[in-house]
Design a protein around this ligand. Structure first.
Ligand SMILES: *Cc1c(COP(=O)(O)O)cnc(C)c1O
Length: 387
């Protein structure tokens, strides 16, 4: 469906139709997988449509996916990458040596690893703050700050930050705001509508939703920012393959239906766990006990299937996570099947131990990605192990 035709449609309709046109030769209703590295040019230096010269530069399956994420995120342009980390890297690669980034401290572990061990070697400086406190972000701003990078809800502490307030603050300082929207999904939260400049996903997670692709997606409103990212992707090479783009497009067609069920199951599991005596604390933005529940209701329309709990000790963590049957013990999240993860020893093992401890990522912290199975079976699985 063309951009003009998709104006004014609601999310579920866009999830199915945005970016997708019947294939012109046969009328195939599904976007073909253009599994090709190159294109025949009718004349020297005159590729078809002016752009189809080489697969790294242009691919129609990828373009359909990009139009889809742009529509879902209320943006104008989508840029697809080979992974979520490649998407974040491209946003930071707009900067130059001597520039400064203020980042939320509790991002995905791989994001911190890339900032500290790869990008900082190229002369870009990073300062980490607890972005729950907008003033802490303000205090970290410097004259050379070009980017503020946040994640909300954060992985795995489920902290939120006020996207609209931080967007204003970044802009007052001449910096841009990027929001890692992986945990919320565009169904529950649309950062561009709140003033962010970039919204991005590890589409490996909720956006694709079937645990069968690694991918990254960015959406922006501004043409100049989109051009920067297309140029960086073409120059650095982190392109997703056509098959992965196609799988992600297919996943997106049910995003709204999946997210409704993730939201409902996440809420039910969080409420059940909160009443359980062997769980010390439940971190879920949909619970009134969450310290930022009011902000959650203001900037999100649903609270996802991500639930973190504190059970106190590694012994209790192992007793819980190694005996569940519906929840598989694995990294990653956002797929239709339920997963459980111990961040301190798995997804966030690359974060230095003192920083992990300061953020509350202890061996007693367990992160659930509640899937879309029947919730009675999910809770029965927890009840069997927790008693
Ligand atoms: C998984 C994840 C990433 C990294 O994405 P990949 O697709 O694994 O490269 C980034 N941010 C968040 C919040 C994630 O959960």
């Amino acid at each position: 469906m063309s951009k003009a035709a998709s104006q004014g449609l609601s999310f579920g309709t866009l999830a199915i139709h945005a970016g997708v046109e019947p294939e012109p030769v046969t009328g195939a209703i599904m976007t073909p997988i253009f599994q090709t590295s190159t294109y025949v040019q009718p004349a020297v230096g005159e590729p078809k449509n002016g752009s189809y010269d080489y697969g790294r530069t242009a691919n129609p399956t990828r373009e359909a996916l990009e139009a889809s994420i742009a529509a879902l995120e209320a943006g104008n342009h989508g840029i697809a990458f080979a992974s979520g980390l490649a998407a974040i890297e491209a946003i930071v690669k707009r900067l130059s040596a001597g520039d400064h980034v203020v980042s939320e401290e509790n991002t995905y572990g791989g994001t911190t690893r890339m900032f500290n061990h790869v990008l900082s070697r190229f002369g870009i400086e990073f300062t980490y703050v607890d972005a729950q406190d907008t003033q802490a972000v303000a205090d970290a701003m410097r004259p050379n700050t070009k980017l503020v990078h946040v994640e909300t809800p954060t992985n795995p502490m489920m902290k939120l930050c006020d996207i609209a307030a931080i967007a204003d603050l970044a802009h007052e300082h001449g910096a841009l705001l990027s929001v890692d929207n992986t945990f919320a999904s565009p169904f529950n939260q649309r950062p561009l509508e709140l003033g962010a400049d970039f919204t991005l996903h590890s589409s490996t997670k909720y956006v694709n939703g079937h645990s069968d692709v690694i991918g990254g997606l960015v959406a922006v409103r501004d043409r100049g920012l989109a051009d920067d990212l297309y140029f960086i992707r073409k120059s650095s090479g982190a392109v997703p393959g056509p098959m992965d783009c196609w799988l992600t497009l297919r996943g997106i067609k049910t995003l709204h239906v999946r997210m409704e069920r993730h939201n409902a199951n996440g809420q039910a599991v969080a409420e059940w766990l909160e009443k359980h005596p062997s769980v010390d604390r439940v971190l879920y933005p949909g619970l009134p006990s969450h310290p930022q529940h009011e902000l959650a209701k203001r900037q999100m329309s649903g609270f996802t299937g991500m639930v973190s709990v504190d059970v106190g000790t590694l012994e209790r963590t192992k007793a819980l996570t190694e005996h569940l049957e519906i929840f598989a013990l694995a990294e990653s999240l956002g797929g239709v099947e339920s997963l459980v993860n111990v961040p301190a020893l798995m997804t966030h093992a690359s974060v230095p131990e003192d920083r992990r401890a300061a953020m509350g990522i202890t061996p007693g912290l367990v992160r659930f990605s509640v899937g879309i199975e029947d919730v009675s079976d999910i809770i029965a699985d927890l009840e069997r192990v927790l008693g």
